[in-house]
Design a protein around this ligand. Structure first.
Ligand code: ZN
Length: 78
C-alpha cells in the first residue's frame, strides 16, 4: 500500500490529547492503535505512523516546534 502523507495539525502548546488526535489513522480513524515514531533529524521532521488495525502506514510532516512537542509525549503509542 502506498504511503500517505499528511501535515500535523496541532499547535506546540496543545495538550497531549490534541496532539494524539492529530495522529489518528486516516483510514479507520482509530487513534488507539496508531504506533508512531519521531524522525526529528534534518530539515523535514516527521512522524512515521502505522495503524495496527488496518496496517496502513503514513507520514505526518511536522514543523520543528511540533517535533519538539511530539518528543515530549509520554509514550509513543497513543
Ligand atoms: Zn487504521
Amino acid at each position: 500500500m502506498r504511503d500517505l502523507a499528511d501535515i500535523a495539525r496541532f499547535r506546540p502548546d496543545d495538550p497531549d490529547e490534541l496532539v494524539a488526535a492529530s495522529l489518528v489513522c486516516p483510514v479507520c480513524l482509530s487513534g488507539t492503535e496508531t504506533h508512531w515514531h519521531l524522525e526529528a533529524d534534518g530539515y523535514d521532521p516527521s512522524a512515521q505512523c502505522e495503524c495496527q488495525r488496518c496496517e496502513q502506514s503514513w507520514r505526518v510532516y511536522l514543523t520543528p516546534q511540533q517535533a519538539l512537542r511530539l518528543g515530549l509525549m509520554p509514550i509513543s503509542t497513543l
